[in-house]
Design a protein around this ligand. Structure first.
Ligand code: ADP
Ligand code: ZN
Length: 653
């Protein structure tokens, strides 16, 4: 293990200084020496050792090792891996193992900055070339480039292709090209970026340099487009499972969105999360409501000033426990690993969008929740958006089809994850045990008679009232409205006490999904019958209905305590660790992050803090075996951490 000690020593040298260009330079020296170390032995550095020494991880994950070895051997590839799957290491490790400079194409400055900061923390010589560089940073970057001391250069596609950068790169030894967020070349998918298409010339200009395209978008058409446009026909395709087992999918019927959201968030106080809503006005309203309820919440949508938007993004990235309420404009570029929940108060556009949006939760692999409320009321509006758009008819048909798949998912009574993965062509043999359908199985009930009562109530009240009033009528409530409308004298008044409010609501949603009820055209949430030829057979008892209903209220109460509730169980469980130590570690991390002007997760992920709190390492060697602590971080933070761990004496057993 002589080599690894040498590596540790050289890495540590480079990290006496921690700021700005000095840091980059220091990092450059040590990473250069790590590469030399490989070269000295007449072979490329061993990827597993780089993984352990530089990044502090014990082993590769999924297809990472195969990908890394393929690229080190000079191969090109397309890598399809879900968000949080660990795509970055697939090019970062070959970048350190192969001689020369690795060029990483990335679409957003924020994405580049995060990765560069994280790499520098790990003692790697990385830099990003973009318009927001100050002259000093820029000068240092060019110096490093010319001296050949840089291992990874992040750059936007525009910056790469314009000017003479390609010519200058052609004079250097290049380790590889990595094209991150490669789906941006696809016109078919989302996030299309025209300038990505021109990246095809890399194949012609640099045929000897391995090219690695990476994306979390797996649909076959996007995949084909990437291969074709980036000239990857000779490369391999690596496809990882798209399952995100740490994400708990929880779907709920939509009743009172704001109140439901607040109840959900209450279980996640202190966690970072994203709330997606459809319209800008709704975003503004909800953000205000959350602030009013004492949450560290901020709104984000395309109607805001650019400065306000980037301030919101920054607060989310750098803060902890910040909740962003956003439209889908808040999307790409969210690399924050410790997003603990993604909540949808409105239906997304498609299952693809749902998967992508919820995928922003739990990148760090710790438990996270994807929570969504939905109701039949969402659907007509989405249909209208599609119909009113400028898209050609064929496109509209596709969009309607995508919406159908989404509705199928929300109405499924079986495991959510199975439905979701099946949609992406992946089979999951067993129900997952980590979604609402698995955790709170609903038994199916014969609801034929209840449905008849409900349909009669709709009819008798004139096909214009919403769910709340219909339920009041069925339960025989004595409201002002019922009395003034004289609905207490209808034959349907009070005939539905066999179900409670929640159960009636669920039934209404399901009849909506079945097309037996539909919203009145004027909006306002009123309901009327669906097609007569569907409704009549139900009324005559010719179409028996068996549908799942939530358990009666009494039972729900019993199982809604924090410890047993499905939603709460998934929030980061610092509870296991000594709370004092956990708090001390977190506040130490916050200080470090603030001093260096980086987001806290760049210093250490929650995962690493959790492991520290649980294991309480008492020596540098032990500390180095904690996940996420590589040689550079051990050198920089080791002593301070040991002191902190020591000063928080373990509580008496
Ligand atoms: P992606 O780009 O695919 O969304 P990242 O590359 O950001 O994912 O990785 C997600 C998280 O997983 C990061 O926190 C990363 O440090 C961690 N990670 C990646 N590979 C490993 C590994 N082999 N062992 C432990 N953690 C890993
Ligand atoms: Zn499941």
């Amino acid at each position: 293990m002589e080599e690894s000690n040498e590596l540790t020593a050289s890495v540590s040298q480079g990290n006496d200084k921690v700021e700005g260009a000095d840091l980059a330079e220091g990092a450059a020296r040590c990473a250069a020496s790590s590469a030399d170390w490989g070269a000295d032995r007449g072979a490329v550095a061993d990827p597993l050792q780089v993984l352990q020494q530089v990044f502090g991880y014990a082993s590769f994950r999924g297809p990472q090792e195969a990908i890394v070895r393929h690229v080190i051997d000079g191969g090109s590839a397309l890598v399809l891996m879900p968000t949080g799957g660990g795509k970055s290491l697939c090019f970062q490790i070959p970048a350190l193992c192969r001689p020369g400079l690795a060029v990483v194409v990335s679409p957003l400055i924020a994405l580049m900055q995060d990765q560069v900061e994280a790499l520098r923390q790990a003692g790697v010589a990385a830099a990003a070339l973009h318009s927001a560089l100050d002259p000093q940073e820029s000068a240092s970057l060019w110096r490093q480039l010319n001296e050949g001391t840089l291992d990874l250069l992040y750059v936007s596609p525009e910056r790469l292709l314009n000017g003479d950068l390609l010519e200058r790169l052609a004079e250097r030894q290049l380790a590889l090209f990595a094209i991150d967020e490669a789906h941006c070349v696809s016109q078919w998918g989302h996030d299309f970026r025209p300038e990505y298409i021109q990246l095809g010339i890399l194949a012609d200009r640099f045929p000897q340099v391995p090219r690695l395209a990476l994306t979390a978008t797996a649909d076959p058409r996007t995949r084909e487009e990437i291969v074709e446009r980036l000239g990857l026909q000779q490369g391999r395709v690596f496809l990882a499972s798209f399952d995100r087992p740490n994400i708990r999918y929880l779907l709920r019927g939509k009743e009172e969105p704001k109140a439901q959201l607040l109840r959900f968030l209450e279980e996640h106080r202190g966690d970072s999360g994203i709330v997606y809503a459809r319209s800008r006005s709704r975003v503004d309203q909800l953000a205000a409501a959350l602030q009013g309820a004492g949450f560290n919440a901020v709104g984000y949508h395309a109607g805001m000033e650019a400065a306000a938007r980037s301030a919101a993004l920054d607060r989310f990235r750098r803060g902890s426990g910040v909740v962003v309420v956003a439209t889908i404009a808040f999307g790409m570029g969210i690399d924050k690993p410790d997003v603990r929940f993604v909540a949808h108060v409105d239906l997304p556009k498609s299952l693809e969008a749902y998967y992508q949006e919820t995928g922003r939760a739990g990148r760090d692999g710790l438990p996270a929740v994807a929570w969504m409320i939905h109701g039949p009321g969402d659907v007509p509006q989405l249909r209208r958006f599609i119909d009113d758009s400028e898209a050609p008819l064929a496109q509209k048909r596709i969009e309607h089809g995508k919406l159908d798949a989404l509705i199928g998912f929300t109405e499924a009574a079986s495991c959510r994850r199975q439905v979701l993965l099946r949609h992406f062509g992946e089979a999951l043999d067993q129900p997952c045990g980590n979604c609402d359908a698995c955790l709170e199985p609903q038994t199916r009930h014969d609801v034929t008679v209840a449905a008849q009562k409900l349909l009669s109530a709709v009819h008798r009240t004139g096909h214009r009232f919403g769910a709340a009033h219909l339920v009041d009528v069925l339960l025989g409530a004595s409201t002002e409205r019922i009395r003034s409308l004289g609905h207490d004298s209808l034959s349907v008044y009070g005939i539905g006490t066999e179900l409670d409010k929640e159960q009636w609501r669920a039934l209404i949603r399901q009849l909506g999904a079945l097309g037996l009820l539909q919203p009145v055209p004027e909006g306002h949430g009123g309901l009327r019958w669906g097609a007569e030829n569907a409704v009549r057979p139900v009324l005559r008892g010719e179409t028996p209905l068996e549908l799942p209903l939530p358990p009666p209220r009494k039972e729900r109460r019993r199982s809604s305590g924090r410890s047993s509730s499905a939603g709460a169980a998934a929030s980061t469980d610092w509870g296991e660790a000594d709370p004092q130590l956990a708090a001390a570690l977190k506040s130490w991390r916050t200080d470090q992050a603030r001093q260096q002007g980086v987001p806290p997760y760049v210093v250490f992920h929650d995962r690493t803090l959790l492991e520290l709190a649980a294991r309480r390492p008492s020596s540098l060697a032990e500390l180095g075996s904690v996940g996420g602590i590589g040689a550079a971080k051990l050198e920089r933070y080791g002593a301070a951490l040991l002191e902190l761990l020591d000063s928080c004496a373990s509580p008496p057993p």
